[in-house]
Design a protein around this ligand. Structure first.
Ligand SMILES: Cc1ncc(COP(=O)(O)O)c(C=O)c1O
Length: 347
């Protein structure tokens, strides 16, 4: 008999995006921010008394919850702070899905959801996006919980918040709106999360993308107090370490820095989309810090050719996604290098 739980033995674990380390490489494969975090982060780290590392950190992230509540116009009791959005997603599947229950999400989307569902020994219930990658409306009893990524990854498209509002009102289970890329989008669903009548909807954000902090693990979600309390009941005692709390507080205190970088990325996104379209690519209307785009040549071959040049983008094989590349928006210099190399690969 196996020593490993049956459902874990059968599990294929999550494969994170590759983290190559080549001198001079152009890394456009994991939707990181090409600009450094706020200088306030540097100041906070310099001022941090290393001797305090002997103490446990605040288990409840009180100062952070107060600041996040101020930023999002809600009470601190409506805020959960997690060790990356990934931790919040894992806790979500434990708190709101029974063993054997169903987890709904659109397909294609962030591939961690299916892995977390399998770890929970629950059932995935993917709902296919339409052929143009827009979102159909799930039934009110589609699944026990639903994770709606908006804007979506890897497609970069955003569903109208009105559609999510209508779904939240009808849906019988808990809805988690994963807004990892919301700071690059024209709208978001935070007003829905903090609205007084909301009983079933959580909106989740991360500091990995717009705040340039993928290197620390920091995500948060906002929603009805009873749901937030359920997450607090099951988290690790000290899920946010002292450095993550200090860095997160400094970064969130500097909204201007985050917005400036997001606007720079949006401007580069616009120019890169236009150039690729002029070169015969089909580029989806991105509301994120990446493009999902169909080259006029075979995507898999182009992906491999770019790799040879140490330009890393993301390729998702498969019937729906196999003709596309996902390209993180880098600095103007990185994008120029990409475009120069791409010019050699014409249809
Ligand atoms: C849709 C989506 N949600 C969540 C995450 C994970 O975010 P974090 O770095 O906060 O764990 C990612 C990371 O790429 C993502 O694309």
């Amino acid at each position: 008999m196996s020593l490993i739980c049956r459902h874990i033995e059968q599990l294929s674990g999550y494969t994170p995006g590759e983290q190559p380390r080549f001198e001079g490489m152009v890394k456009l494969n994991t939707n990181e921010n090409p600009y450094p975090p706020s200088p306030k982060v540097q100041e906070a780290l310099a001022a941090f008394d290393w001797q305090k590392l002997r103490l446990y950190p605040d288990p409840n992230c009180s100062r952070l919850r107060t600041l996040i509540a101020e930023l999002n116009h809600c009470r601190p009791e409506q805020v959960f702070v997690g060790n990356g959005s990934d931790e919040i997603l894992a806790l979500f599947t434990r708190a709101f899905v029974e063993v054997g229950g169903t987890v709904g999400y659109f397909e294609p989307t962030y591939s961690l959801y299916s892995v977390l569902t399998a770890i929970r020994d629950a059932k995935v219930k993917p709902l296919a996006l339409r052929s143009d990658f827009t979102t159909p409306m799930p039934e009110a009893d589609y699944s026990d919980v639903f994770i709606w990524t908006n804007p979506n990854a890897p497609t970069s498209l955003m569903a109208d918040p009105e559609q999510l509002k209508a779904f939240a009102a009808a849906f019988k289970g808990v809805l988690l709106i994963d807004e990892a890329y919301a700071d690059f989008a024209a709208a978001n669903c935070m007003p829905l999360a903090v609205s007084p009548g909301n009983t079933n909807t959580l909106v989740m954000r991360t500091l990995s993308k717009s705040y340039s902090l993928a290197g620390i693990r920091f995500g948060y979600c906002v929603g009805p107090q009873p749901l937030i309390e359920a997450l607090y009941k099951i988290k690790d005692s000290y899920n946010m370490d002292a450095l993550a709390q200090v860095v997160g507080l400094a970064a969130l205190s500097d909204q201007a820095h985050m917005r400036t970088n997001a606007e720079k990325i949006i401007a580069t996104r616009t120019s890169l989309s236009e150039t690729l379209r002029q070169r015969g690519w089909e580029v989806l209307q991105s509301e994120t810090n990446f493009l999902f785009a169909k080259p006029p040549v075979e995507a898999a071959a182009l992906f491999a050719a770019l790799r040879e040049e140490h330009i890393f983008v993301r390729y998702f094989p498969g019937e729906k996604t196999g003709a596309y590349l996902r390209i993180t928006v880098g600095t103007p210099a990185e994008v120029e290098r990409l475009l120069t190399v791409l010019a050699c690969y014409k249809a």
